[in-house]
Structures are given as structure tokens and as C-alpha cells.
Design a protein around this ligand. Structure first.
Ligand code: GDP
Length: 193
């Protein structure tokens, strides 16, 4: 795919006061099949796909949110996490202001991978990144293998936001993305002011 430029750090069009716009890039990372694509499709299109195939290459969706009367756009990227796409890894992370680090609460190995995803993010990111740890598939309570406390505790020790979500039943999906977008906005406006 053609890789668009990384996020433009604000504002996109400062000449037009009323139409002030911000565009931020956010990446979704985590092991295969934790639900990255479905979190994005739930957030961007309110769709869930029970038989989704692994994403090939990279795709992104743009979502808008109004904060302080300004239009804040998030360009959300999914996913260069597979080994065969290593060639685009640095382009994937370049310019990202936010990241969702996703594991599947029913598969412990996906939680154990999170420190590696954090390392990768640190290695490739070129700015302050608003990071959220996301325990997805919280609808699968009966086969849970990572407790809420474990998620919280990892998030606290790494300085991440934390939320459990379900792309299937929509629990916390909008909240998770919007928290990250608001945090980026706050980070950026603090620096600018
Ligand atoms: P990705 O490889 O991380 O992008 O994962 P996908 O979004 O392709 O999802 C992998 C599989 O998990 C698919 O079969 C999805 O239908 C399923 N899945 C995704 N999110 C959820 C969820 O919140 N709950 C449940 N039960 N299944 C989910």
C-alpha cells in the first residue's frame, strides 16, 4: 500500500480559525488474532466480522472527534505486526502519537507478548506516544486466562492506560480509542501553549 505521511502535528489549517483541525496517527499492535482489525472496524464502522482473515499489509481508517470545539482526526493504522511485513515496521510506527497495545484475555501468550510490543514501540517511535493496554475479548469471561488485576498491574508498572474491551459486544471500544485521542490532544496542546 502507499504509506501516507505520518501525522501532521497540528494544526492542519491554522489560517481558518473556525475550521481548526488536528490529525494524529495511532497504531494498533499486538499478536495475531487478538482482535486488532475488529476493534478498528467496530470503532470506525460499527462492524464486527466473526470470520476475519489476518490483515494483509497495512490499512488505516480516519475517525473524527470534536474536542474543545476543534475537529480532531485520528488516522488509525492496523497492522504491520506480522513477521513478513517487517520491511514496513519503521514506516508503520513513524509519526505515531498514540498506540493501542492489544492482547486477548483468553490467550495468555498474547499478554506475555506485550513487553515485546512495548519494546518495539519504544525502538521505533520518534515522539511521545499516548499508550493504552487493551485486554480484548472480555466477552469470553468463561475462558479468561488473564485477570483484570494482571492487566492493571502491567499497565501501572509501564505507565499505560488500561481497559478491557470487546469488539464483539462493543464494550469500551469507543471509550478506549477516545481516551487515547484525548490524551494525544492534551499532550500536544500542553506543548504548544
Ligand atoms: P487481528 O489479527 O488482531 O486483527 O484479529 P481479528 O480482528 O482478525 O480477530 C481475530 C479473531 O478473533 C476473529 O475470529 C474475530 O472474529 C475474533 N474476535 C475479535 N474481537 C473479538 C472479541 O472482542 N470477542 C470475541 N469473542 N472474538 C473476537
Amino acid at each position: 500500500p502507499t504509506l501516507p505521511q505520518g501525522s501532521q502535528l497540528l494544526p492542519m489549517d491554522s489560517s481558518d480559525e473556525e475550521g481548526e483541525e488536528y490529525l494524529f496517527k495511532i497504531v494498533i499492535i499486538g499478536d495475531s488474532a487478538v482482535g486488532k482489525s475488529n476493534l478498528l472496524s467496530r470503532y470506525a464502522r460499527n462492524e464486527f466480522n466473526p470470520h476475519s482473515k489476518a490483515t494483509i499489509g497495512v490499512e488505516f481508517q480516519t475517525q473524527s472527534l470534536e474536542i474543545d470545539g476543534k475537529e480532531v482526526k485520528a488516522q488509525i493504522w492496523d497492522t504491520a505486526g506480522q513477521e513478513r511485513f517487517r520491511a514496513v515496521t519503521s514506516a508503520y510506527y513513524r509519526g505515531a502519537f498514540g498506540a493501542l497495545l492489544v492482547y486477548d484475555i483468553s490467550r495468555r501468550t498474547t499478554f506475555e507478548s506485550i513487553p515485546r510490543w512495548l519494546d518495539e514501540l519504544k525502538t521505533h517511535s520518534d515522539t511521545t506516544v499516548a499508550r493504552m493496554l487493551v485486554g480484548n475479548k472480555c466477552d469470553l469471561e468463561n475462558i479468561r486466562s488473564v485477570s483484570v488485576e494482571e492487566g492493571k498491574s502491567l499497565a501501572e508498572s509501564e505507565g499505560l492506560f488500561f481497559m478491557e474491551t470487546s469488539a464483539l459486544d462493543s464494550t469500551n471500544v469507543i471509550t478506549a480509542f477516545e481516551m487515547v485521542i484525548r490524551e494525544i490532544y492534551n499532550n500536544v496542546s500542553r506543548k504548544v501553549l
